[in-house]
Design a protein around this ligand. Sequence first.
Ligand code: UD1
Length: 418
Amino acid sequence: MNKLVIEGGIPMRGEIAMQGAKNAVLPILAASIMSGEICVIHNCPWLRDVEKTGIVLEKLGCRVRRGADTIQVDASGINDCRIDERLMREMRSSIIFLGAILSVSGRAEVGLPGGCPIGLRPIDLHLKALRQMGVNIIEEHGYLKCECARLKGCAIHLDFASVGATENIMLAAVKAEGETTITNAAREPEIIDLAQFLNRMGAKVHGAGSSFITIEGVDKLHGAEYSVMPDRIVSQTYLIGAMITGGEIMLKNANASHMQAGLSALAEMGGRIKTTPEGVYLKSRGHINSIHIIRTMPYPGFPTDAQSPFMALAAVADGTSVFVENIFENRFRHVDELVRMGADIKVEGRSAVVRGVKKLYGANVEAYELRGGAALVLAAMAAEGKTEITGTEFIDRGYEDIEGNLSRCGIRIRRIRV
Ligand code: UD1
């Protein structure tokens, strides 16, 4: 077990090269199995979730080779169509393999993903869509057993613009018979990244990034090379890091157009932001304004993944901010930990009222999930004294070398094994 130990109160100053997006690379790696050949993915972040996805790929029969920021997947030897329960529990997003495995094998057996610290995370929309595409699905002994002669294109309407369901349908549809349409599709930039990768492999996906996606089924895909988009949530985390410590940061390769909601909130809270062809720059004005209200919404609305990092910032703002979490029902687990550090936050159902305090204080706190963990790191950077954060395995799911990146920007952070 690891701990992150942070001595707060030092302004963050420097430059960070933005890692590839976790939420883009996971579905892209799942998609690679459909090539039947070799795919090379660049700008691949080195994360626990990527390691776990590599294990899933190897269990399916792929050969996976890892370079510095590149991952190569040779899918010519696929010989299995199962993902066991343990891997599914460890990484819920493995559900994204379902569409890809079905497309390759016509059969898939995956453990039920189960609960998750941020909410129930049902997969009913995924299953309903796959059934529409002709898949016979039964739930047995904690497993989903899926079978189909050939996936059939059809018109699918999503009751909610789910990111994972949109991706699963796209994966299932690329080699299906005929055309598939998705209405009320999720519009996240990661969906565009997946579509671009699929099209590089020979797929015919149109309209990704809008709420209407069309996929014309093709008979065969081939290997491809692709570079993953920068991570927009990690970008926002580091921008907040500079704001909360009164510093300045240049995020190389960050894409401002992917984070308009977050950037406009940061500007409202007093950040001076400049977008250049090299990336995004933020300088603090030395004062943090509260923000009237942040409501999480599907993209291009305010991202649920940035809610907790922004709450850490609001905790030390001048005035009161309100947060409404509309996507996941249990995404305030960081609140009690922030309160241990001196924050004044009251939760009422899906809303949190944050009254800014003059100071946070170092404390022993625990991360219960990825972005909540990032919020604790940010709060610790602003706090007076030393904070020790356990549960770092959650933070490592999404942040590549967080202590290296922050310490190169002057933050006193170290990892210790306990
Ligand atoms: C993805 C992201 C996650 C992000 C989330 C919302 C990945 C690996 N993860 O998760 O970081 O927080 O999008 O932007 O890309 N829902 C259902 N039934 C379903 C599917 C979803 O009710 O079948 C509900 C969920 O419970 C949740 C909402 O839809 O309330 C959003 O979920 P979804 O967009 O599917 O998120 P994920 O794809 O799981």
